[in-house]
Design a protein around this ligand. Structure first.
Ligand code: PDD
Length: 278
């Protein structure tokens, strides 16, 4: 596998950063995960726009303009034999003497990219759906930043793993937030609902995409705060992310969601998703 590190393409196994990198010491950085289908990045402009927003939010200068990022990603894709890939991009504040405050002066950010084969969700997940467990959302209050400080998300995912399921559904103060690394959607009486985009969730690139799929397919969509009771009474639940695409959630805490199998709104959105990636 080939990686990009600070201006150089090199074998991933040879890529090295300093132990004083603020990403290592403080988790002081941001990242993106971009799916690639048939060697073409999917919704790249949106991913790069979110990367720019994340960098801006933590005041790291964007090391590349859009064309620069695109060229970098294209080279990573070209260096790998797989048609479907997952490109990972990460920017940290850089290497400096350990001090919580930003170092004075213009620190060169550490810029890293890699690509891996994309194992798309299999038929069992797509047609059988996922079991999930609920838990309180104990993360910080800037979940809109795609930060590499992922301890809260890591512990949430392990909570799921310890219970033998692939993902959690998190609630903050009784309202639905998201999964450990996915957004969560609900269907009630044919209406698709998702939590409001604010500082309590990461606005997935699939947020806008699924919203547009719903519009194209005549599915009514609402964004609003979603109470726990509505989740428990949902006809369908699903989740979305770059790597999981869109998948049905068929149980929560051992109780079936709706009929306990993937529903018609999922089926319609799934079809739209597959058509869009061609
Ligand atoms: N995670 N919410 C969280 C907390 C996430 O980490 C992710 C994605 C999403 C979905 O965003 P998108 O549709 O842009 O993938 C929502 C990536 C895949 C990851 O951390 O690997």
């Amino acid at each position: 596998a080939v990686a990009y590190l600070d201006g150089t393409f090199l074998p991933l196994a040879e890529a090295r950063v300093s132990v004083l990198d603020r990403g290592f010491i403080f988790g002081d950085g941001v990242y993106e995960v971009v799916p690639v289908y048939r060697r073409r990045p999917f919704r790249m402009a949106q991913h790069l726009a979110r990367l720019a927003r994340s960098l801006g939010a933590i005041r790291i200068r964007n090391p590349h303009d859009e064309a620069g990022w695109q060229a970098l990603v294209e080279r990573l894709i070209a260096a790998h034999p797989y048609d479907d890939q997952i490109v990972y991009l990460q920017v940290t504040r850089g290497v400096a003497k350990r001090d919580h405050a930003f170092p004075a002066g213009d620190l060169a950010p550490t810029v890293f990219g890699m690509s891996s084969p994309f194992t798309r969700p299999d038929a069992a997940q797509r047609d059988g759906g996922l079991a999930t467990v609920s838990m309180p959302d104990e993360r910080w209050l800037h979940c809109e930043i795609k930060s590499v400080s992922l301890l809260g998300n890591v512990l949430a995912r392990q909570y799921a793993a310890d219970r033998g399921v692939p993902e959690v559904v998190m609630f903050r103060d009784g309202f639905l937030s998201e999964g450990s690394s996915s957004n969560v959607w609900l269907v009630k009486d044919g209406v698709l609902r998702a939590p409001v985009k604010n500082n309590l969730i990461l606005e997935g690139i699939r947020y806008g995409f699924i919203e547009s799929l719903a519009a194209a397919r005549g599915i009514r969509f609402e964004m609003r705060p979603i109470a726990r009771a509505e989740v428990d009474a949902a006809d369908e639940l699903m989740l979305s992310s770059a790597t999981k695409e869109i998948l049905p959630i068929v149980s929560l805490d051992g109780r079936p969601v709706g009929a306990g199998r993937p529903g018609p709104v999922y089926a319609s959105l799934r079809q739209g998703y597959d058509e869009a990636i061609g």
